[in-house]
Unconditional design. Structure first.
Length: 697
């Protein structure tokens, strides 16, 4: 394949940080069609044009590309107006970022292999890839072995003959087998549904012409991978029978958790769109000075198409993904395999690493969570996990390695789940209840407190908004101290710290610090909508009582000015304390192409900049920060010289009766020399702190 002078001379070295000018878009497009007389078009230019035309950044506004220039910088395709040709390059992740690749038989620890994605995912070679992933996974020591298990009440029985109709099978109580589940978006159209009057008919055979594309494709995939049974919520639970729904809903966590495989219709907006849709992935020719590298969109080597898919944004689907031991994602560009061992990509030869430290630990990872899901389900054996009615121990005990991993896994779930949308806003606690019940199957985390746990209350209280302001739901959903009380993305700060934060060193100073500041859970005042469901929605009169160490607002601000190297505050529903330097840019101050690039980085429309990151409002007067006291939650300052103190900001509902609600979150960051830290700790503990018993609503 021919290359123009520009593409043939590109420096694709990983250590090259120079901006390389590709030219005006119109010129690149022209070269993609033909070069000089008698020569074919440039393969490199054709690749760049293909990527731009199909990108989330520019695909919906192709006419604007005509007046743009294109640069290549640090493996990023950068498009801008000619007047801004020399200004800074955007570092936002998007589908204009690239990886270097070699041919598939060349092994290199830093360079991935080029693995073309077959257009038709129903090609036998694609099923071969999926089947090999499944076989490898069942050999993993850390993965569920996919042994026969109790079948759901109803499953779709799929004959080996593709011309024969599948049928609805009503199983025996002790009938065992391996089955596949489908995770999908119902969408506004609504799929074909099972109703009572169709049960007998479906037992004889399910009319294929009545099924939406996603259901038909799921049946095909299940058959091709060698499974006989498939469970789809819409076809296996009677949708017009409240009693059947009430019986089956509590079992759904078991159904997903004990499945042999979950097929995720990740790219489908609704069930009519199908799973086995064609994939068109652009590939570059060998290009650059050394003539040994290909370019491939970076997102093909990581979970972009999962994390920013419509399915991942749905609350119920998020729970299904966490519960299933292994998932085969059908994204718009490729198949992706997910299990405890990590991710496998159809377009990449490099396995997704299992990462469990630092800020990336704030995302949900099967390596953290699946062991507890599997453990809970195995103990449940042939019955679904059911919460015990007896109240659990409320004391917050020293954390063990197992309990730290367990609570980290839970907080990852919460962080991931907070981004998701729910058709019914009041379902927020419902939609995560299955995970809660399984992870606490033997009361390892104590009493469930509307999304938090009595044995790990301090860790649970460290949630804070990321960028956008949080909003109140239309109706009451949870007490103010629970992340479930508000809508919007939150993150638990403890996930960015080493595990020792929840199990500090056993030193004399740590003991004194704990005696001065430790949060103690005193009383559970949770009122359940359904007393039989300990993990479900709660009533408005719910509360907890805690013994805590607090400092009043003015004393807190003075202490922060004196002791903290810097202090950050994030009010839940106000930007009064936001740092104007650290927050996201106001889209009103951004060029249109920058706004679209930011929006495209989340694969949403332009208004996603508001939704995910929040349009910055004019700064409010900090004196309007209506919190009254700051409540100590957790800190590593008793044993580290570079540490922090996390606090929850409270407002009084009734100061005399010590009734308070949450207003926001604060962190004091401390950086002292070793010899100065002992003095700091002593004077910090002697500050204007008060021990209070607070009723938290």
């Amino acid at each position: 394949m021919e290359l123009c002078d520009v593409c043939s001379q590109l420096d694709l070295g990983l250590d090259n940080h120079d901006v390389q000018y590709l030219g005006p878009y119109k010129e690149i497009e022209q070269k993609s069609r033909s070069l000089e007389l008698g020569r074919n078009g440039c393969g490199g230019c054709a690749f760049f044009v293909d990527v731009l035309r199909n990108s989330d950044s520019w695909g919906h506004r192709l006419q604007e590309l005509e007046g743009m220039v294109v640069n290549f910088y640090c493996l990023i395709l950068d498009v801008r107006k000619p007047s801004k040709e020399k200004s800074g390059v955007s570092w936002s992740q998007s589908d204009l970022n690239f990886d270097l690749c070699t041919v598939e038989d060349v092994l290199d620890s830093e360079i991935d292999c080029r693995r073309p994605v077959i257009v038709d995912p129903s090609d036998p070679r694609c099923y071969g890839v999926a089947h090999s992933w499944l076989e490898d996974c069942t050999k993993h020591k850390t993965c569920n072995q996919a042994a026969p298990t109790r079948l759901p009440k109803r499953v779709i029985e799929i004959p080996a003959d593709s011309t024969a109709a599948p049928r609805l099978l009503v199983t025996d109580v002790e009938q065992l087998g391996q089955y596949v589940v489908l995770s999908h978006c119902w969408g506004s159209l609504g799929p074909a549904k099972l109703i009572d009057e169709l049960i007998s008919q479906f037992q004889q055979g399910i009319p294929l012409e009545q099924l939406p594309r996603s259901f038909l494709d799921a049946i095909t995939i299940t058959r091709q991978l060698g499974f006989k049974y498939l469970w789809i919520d819409a076809l296996c639970i009677s949708q017009d029978n409240a009693a059947d729904w009430a019986e089956e809903a509590p079992k759904m966590a078991y159904y997903y958790g004990q499945s042999a495989l979950m097929i995720a219709a990740t790219a489908a907006e609704d069930s009519s769109k199908g799973i086995l849709s064609e994939r068109h992935v652009p590939y570059s020719p060998i290009m650059g000075k050394e003539k040994k590298y290909y370019l491939r969109q970076q997102l093909l080597g990581w979970e972009w198409d999962i994390e920013y898919s419509i399915l991942a944004s749905r609350g119920w689907a998020a729970q299904e993904r966490i519960l299933a031991p292994r998932v085969l994602h059908y994204t718009k560009r490729q198949m992706i395999w997910e299990c405890v061992e990590g991710l496998r990509f159809e377009a990449s030869c490099i396995k997704g690493a299992v990462i469990d430290s630092g800020q990336v630990n704030m995302r949900s990872h099967k390596s953290k969570i699946q062991q507890f899901v599997t453990q809970g389900l195995n103990i449940a054996q042939s019955a679904y996990v059911k919460a015990e009615s007896a109240d659990s121990t409320n004391s917050m005990l020293p954390a063990t390695e197992d309990s730290i991993t367990r609570v980290h896994g839970w907080l990852q779930c919460v962080d991931n789940f907070s981004i998701c949308k729910l058709t019914v806003s009041s379902d927020k606690l419902h939609a995560i209840s299955g995970i809660a019940s399984i992870m606490n199957h033997e009361n390892q985390m104590g009493t469930y407190l509307a999304g938090l746990w009595s044995k790990h209350l301090a860790a649970g209280l460290t949630w804070s908004r990321t960028w956008a302001l949080l909003t109140s739901p239309p109706e009451y959903r949870a007490p103010s101290w629970s992340w479930a009380s508000l809508d919007g993305e939150v993150s638990a700060t403890v996930l960015a710290s080493p595990p020792e934060l929840l199990n500090p060193p056993d030193t004399e100073m740590s003991k004194r610090w704990a005696k001065r500041f430790e949060l103690e859970f005193v009383e559970n005042g949770i009122k359940l909508q359904d007393p039989g469901n300990l993990y479900g929605p709660v009533l408005e009169e719910s509360y907890i009582v805690v013994d805590c160490t607090c400092i009043r607002k003015n004393a807190f601000l003075a202490l922060s000015n004196e002791k903290a190297d810097w202090m950050s505050m994030a009010f839940d529903k106000s930007n009064a304390a936001d740092c104007p330097c650290c927050g996201p840019p106001d889209p009103a101050d951004m060029d249109e192409d920058e706004v679209d690039s930011k929006a495209a980085s989340t694969q949403e429309a332009d208004d996603s900049v508001d939704e995910r990151f929040g349009r910055r409002k004019p700064p409010e007067d900090p004196s309007d920060a209506h919190f009254d006291v700051a409540m100590y939650v957790i800190s590593d300052a008793s044993y580290k010289t570079e540490g922090f103190v996390d606090l929850v900001l409270l407002t009084w509902v009734d100061e005399e009766k010590r009734v308070a609600r949450r207003f926001g979150f604060a962190r004091m960051n401390i950086n002292q020399e070793e010899e100065e830290m002992e003095t700091f700790r002593e004077t910090f503990m002697e500050g204007d702190w008060e021990r209070m018993r607070i009723k938290f609503v």
